[in-house]
Design a protein around this ligand. Sequence first.
Ligand SMILES: *[C@@H]1O[C@H](CO)[C@@H](O)[C@H](O)[C@H]1NC(C)=O
Ligand SMILES: *[C@@H]1O[C@H](CO)[C@@H](O)[C@H](O)[C@H]1NC(C)=O
Length: 233
Amino acid sequence: MAAVKFIFLAFFAITSSLCFAFDPSPLQDFCVADLTSQVLVNGFVCKNPATVTPEDFFLSGFNEVADTMNPLGTNITTASVFQLPGLNTLGLTLVRIDYAPGGVNPPHTHPRATEIIVVLEGTIYAGFVSSSPNDTLYSKVLSAGDVFVFPQGLTHFNMNYGHSNAVALVAFNSQNPGAIIDANNLFGATPPINDYLLAKSFQLSKETINELQAKTWPNPAVKANNVFGVDIL
Ligand SMILES: *[C@@H]1O[C@H](CO)[C@@H](O)[C@H](O)[C@H]1NC(C)=O
Ligand SMILES: *[C@@H]1O[C@H](CO)[C@@H](O)[C@H](O)[C@H]1NC(C)=O
């Protein structure tokens, strides 16, 4: 009997920790984010339901081609809880990616979400790398209608592999997936990471590291009009 109880408890512990690896389940119909509240909780506190309107669940413009005239040649348009407060506690984000020919969405990870991408137009090279020590690359060249998955937390990337513009739609199982863009994180950190440590880690000279640290590292998801200054993916 004790053994059965132990197995049950062990199973419960494992399954609950799996649940907590993703956004928690809602406890009510909706909890529209009050993005201005000074109360800090895991997510956002709810607006008074009496003041909730259809606008809290609505966003337009996902049909618009975004400007890709920037160093990466990509532009990411986001519908996370920051743009769509009705997503608070619902565990979802939607993103549109526009790519100029050769446009790159550089290697990055999402600490809080798995990502699924569907190509609407063009040809996209997409891949992710499994964790160390295997470091195995799983990549595909995708055409319109093709779908690919980037598992939670793994380094991944995508780029326009064709000669015309490309468009993709992406979904995440978090209202705020977060983005760690590898180059920005390592070479653009403020204050800078110790250059001796980076030189040794990357088997490069300190001069090369200093050159990398002196660069501006663009974020394709940053929008000037975002109330938070940064568009947290
Ligand atoms: C992305 O596109 C929007 C709309 O066209 C534009 O306002 C914004 O500056 C663009 N961002 C980048 C990084 O090019
Ligand atoms: C990872 O690498 C080890 C050693 O080469 C191998 O035994 C194992 O099957 C690999 N795992 C995966 C998931 O590829």
